[in-house]
Design a protein around this ligand. Sequence first.
Ligand SMILES: Nc1nc2c(ncn2[C@@H]2O[C@H](COP(=O)(O)OP(=O)(O)OP(=O)(O)O)[C@@H](O)[C@H]2O)c(=O)[nH]1
Ligand SMILES: [Mg+2]
Ligand SMILES: [Zn+2]
Length: 305
Amino acid sequence: MKAIVYKSTGSWYRVKTEEGEFLDARIRGKFKTDDITSTNPVAVGDVVQVETDETGAVMITEIEDRKNYIIRQSPQNKNLQHIIAANIDQSLLICSLKQPHTSRGFIDRFLAASEAFHVPAILVFNKADIYRIKESDLFKEIKTIYENIGYATIKVSVKNRMGIEQIRGLLRNRTTLISGHSGVGKSSLINLFLGDEQIKTSEVSGWSGKGVHTTTFAEMYDLPGGGCVIDTPGIREFALKEIEPVELSHYFVEMKPLIGNCRFNNCLHKEEPGCAVKQAVADGKIDIDRYVSYLTILDSLNEEW
Ligand SMILES: Nc1nc2c(ncn2[C@@H]2O[C@H](COP(=O)(O)OP(=O)(O)OP(=O)(O)O)[C@@H](O)[C@H]2O)c(=O)[nH]1
Ligand SMILES: [Mg+2]
Ligand SMILES: [Zn+2]
């Protein structure tokens, strides 16, 4: 019987069958999927085959090919990846400019990962109710930069219900991954769209930047109006799929159309003469902070793989 994985704890999986029944399943044997060394063979959003054995236990026997997936690095082992979710239509990065602050570098890494994995990305800035002039001005600046290159950038307040209807519209009839640092309000936002089934959230007290993770496993929820959302534990860093340094600029959407104009076809847009990307930065056509993020990620690629 076909089913979709709604929750994965690593040792058991909650799946929803085609008939709409929720079952707790385990895996039998070894699965090797997508040729990646992963800590979890089965992820939320996976389409699987399940069978009930003689003892009544539900077993996952097969995983269908994934349309896409998003991974993060295993905190224990840099060479291991953890699939956050599979088969998603879009990804919402929940950010905040306060309690906690989401950095531009983190946003750019998320966007590059989304491009590499072919997942459309939207930036949502929560906690607008606590923004003062400094944060409001910063938001305007960020919105201009990211909307110029094609990413919807939306300000919301879960607390004051500001901007929530727009988000509800974006979620309808799609499968959306909700990610971001711990404490930005991912679960609180999702709770606004759910009925009685409420997710646990908790106070960010004495914010240290490390935070206590309230959500510990990724879990998918059906939206009453159609569509699904996947709540995830707070994340520190997204992993980029194994990419060559020359490929990285393909995942910076404003750089991609320019790279054919660089003098060298293996240009890394660092020190090379005749570089169209560096020229665009100098002309103010590419945001300087985006370029800095590009260089930072480029440097990190060698360390990661
Ligand atoms: N001021 C303010 N606080 C908010 C808002 N949204 C959420 N919070 C608070 O932020 C804290 C963290 O919210 P959660 O929803 O648990 O955050 P999370 O992103 O799910 O965190 P993890 O599960 O640890 O990844 C809670 O105390 C929420 O009440 C908002 O719009 N404004
Ligand atoms: Mg949460
Ligand atoms: Zn170049």
